[in-house]
Design a protein. Structure first.
Length: 393
């Protein structure tokens, strides 16, 4: 008789898969207009510039490009990233940066370095689904912080910190995923003050900050003196160059930086050498700001097309926000409507979105939904909204 294999680890069966990935699989048919995934528009990738960067790296430094690299990341890429952050108002030393395999890995490394089973981590409610998965997989206890149209409530944050003694707060303060909200400067400073007063790590995720289409930039929480020694800034080249490169980074205080380096050694040793060198070469040879200007212009038009069509597409009594940047509009159907159930109907009309309920760490809002506006042209968005209007009727 053959013995049964041992059970999977509890964490492997207690954390749900990604609804977004499930929806994307459901809507893989080319005729579906999907507002579900936060996928950058592929026609806006600078494929020629990226290809030239790879060609130049392979022609000039093939032995380096095809070899193992240091865990911390290629010096040239870290120096270029530090220079970009410094130019944007956050003085940064190269040795405080760690190159990661996408910013998602940065969240994983920080989780490994900071959170033991049972530790409390605070999150905005709603929050980024893959971060919730990561914290849940580590066995952390996730406590939601109430939020309103301006983001998390600092008064509620202070009360929860006092009550639960959390290790960390995870936040996307600029063009948040899933809501598109931006935390005002006065709330950012209040969050920094709470961290200073109570001894709290802040994991400040900023994948969308350079996709601004209006309004004034807000300072990073990491820039406030109260939180400078306890804030990790997470970023990525996915949204401004290409997600397929899988190159992200984190900027951390020395002790936590070192712990993340050790965690990365255990995870994958280092991020792709050739990808790092190609990104560094691209930054050296190409006017990234000019490329970003074209991307922002196109995304602004797409956001405006979505906002213009929502009054006709969504049922009377729905509400939605008007984000100044990023990729997402957060909407809520009238009370009593279930966005998850209605998605099944929408897919039969060849249109899709992401229901909002899975993004909540606390009690979900079943009427909420997230709409991504960056992947499709304005004309495709208009057609998608016509289909959505029929489905929701």
């Amino acid at each position: 008789m053959r013995a049964a294999v041992p059970d999977l680890a509890t964490r492997a069966t207690s954390v749900a898969g990604s609804l977004i990935r499930d929806v994307l699989a459901l809507t893989a048919r080319p005729e579906v207009i999907s507002f579900a995934g936060g996928l950058p528009a592929p026609e806006l990738f600078d494929a020629e510039g990226v290809a030239a960067a790879f060609r130049n790296v392979l022609a000039e430094a093939p032995r380096q490009a095809l070899q193992y690299s240091t865990t911390e990341g290629e010096t040239g890429l870290r120096a270029a990233t530090a220079a970009r952050l410094t130019a944007r108002g956050l003085p940064t030393d190269t040795d405080r940066l760690l190159v990661t395999t996408g910013s998602q890995q940065a969240i994983s490394l920080l989780t490994a370095a900071l959170l033991a089973p049972g530790d409390v981590v605070l999150v905005e409610n709603p929050s980024y689904l893959a971060a919730l998965q990561c914290f849940g997989f580590a066995g952390a206890r996730i406590v939601p912080v109430p939020s309103d149209d301006d983001g998390l409530d600092p008064v509620a944050l202070a009360e929860l910190v006092a009550a639960h003694r959390p290790k960390a707060l995870y936040t996307i303060p600029t063009f948040q995923n899933p809501t598109g909200r931006t935390l005002p400067a006065e709330r950012r400073q209040a969050v920094a003050a709470v961290a200073e007063r109570h001894g709290l790590w802040i994991l400040e995720d900023d994948p969308y900050g350079e996709l601004r289409y209006g309004g004034e930039p807000q300072p990073w929480i990491a820039s406030y003196p109260e939180a400078a020694d306890r804030t990790v800034l997470i970023g990525s080249y996915s949204k401004i160059m290409s997600p397929g490169l899988r190159v992200g980074w984190l900027r951390a205080p020395a002790a936590l930086h070192r712990a993340c380096v050790v965690a990365k050694q255990a995870a994958d040793m280092h991020t792709s050498t050739i990808a790092q060198l190609a990104v560094a070469r691209y930054l050296a040879d190409t006017d990234l700001e000019a490329h970003l200007g074209r991307v922002r212009g196109a995304y602004r038009e797409r956001r405006d097309a979505l906002l213009a069509g929502l009054p006709e597409a969504l049922p009377e009594g729905s509400r939605w926000n008007e984000p100044e940047g990023g990729m997402f509009v957060w909407a809520s159907l009238p009370q009593g409507r279930d966005a998850m159930e209605l998605l099944r109907v929408a897919v039969t009309h060849d249109v899709a979105y992401v229901p909002g309920a899975p993004f909540f760490a606390g009690d979900p809002n079943p009427a909420a939904l997230r709409l991504s506006f960056v992947t499709h042209t304005p004309e495709e968005i208009e057609e998608g909204l016509r289909r959505l209007a029929k489905a929701l009727r």
